[in-house]
Ligand binder design. Structure first.
Ligand code: FES
Length: 124
């Protein structure tokens, strides 16, 4: 099935050029992300968290907690929730929604797709 191209309506002067990037090194298979677990992915000066949900799908959010910028990779994944390792704030990683204080600002989420044996995330 062909990948869909996301669209964005924007008045920004910079053209929207989404790119998919693999969250794993070439040749590293997706089982590198255990079910109900996450991988940290750093790219171009930014950091992300890629999750393998209990539904078998892969999800991606910004890697840093919106409360005090702690990396979520050290947190606990429970079902579809990521719990921040510093103050136990929680987010639904499917939507990015902050669901438990002190986290109150949602995480940004990114589209994912499977390409061969890798998970790729759409970074704009
Ligand atoms: S740094 Fe994540 S909840 Fe405080």
């Amino acid at each position: 099935m062909p990948a869909t191209t996301p669209t964005r309506s924007s008045s920004a002067t910079k053209p929207y050029r989404p790119e998919f990037h693999a969250d794993l090194e070439p040749g590293q298979p997706t089982p590198g992300i255990g079910e109900e677990d996450l991988n940290r992915f750093d790219h171009a000066g930014r950091t992300y968290a890629v999750y393998h949900g209990p539904d078998g799908a892969f999800y991606c959010t910004d890697g840093l907690c919106t409360h005090e910028q702690v990396h979520l990779a050290g947190g606990l994944v429970m079902d579809c929730i990521i719990e921040c390792p510093k103050h136990d704030g929680q987010f639904d990683y499917r939507s990015g929604k902050a669901v438990r204080a002190p986290a109150c600002v949602n995480l940004r989420t990114y589209q994912t797709r499977i390409a061969g044996d890798q998970v790729e995330i759409l970074i704009d």
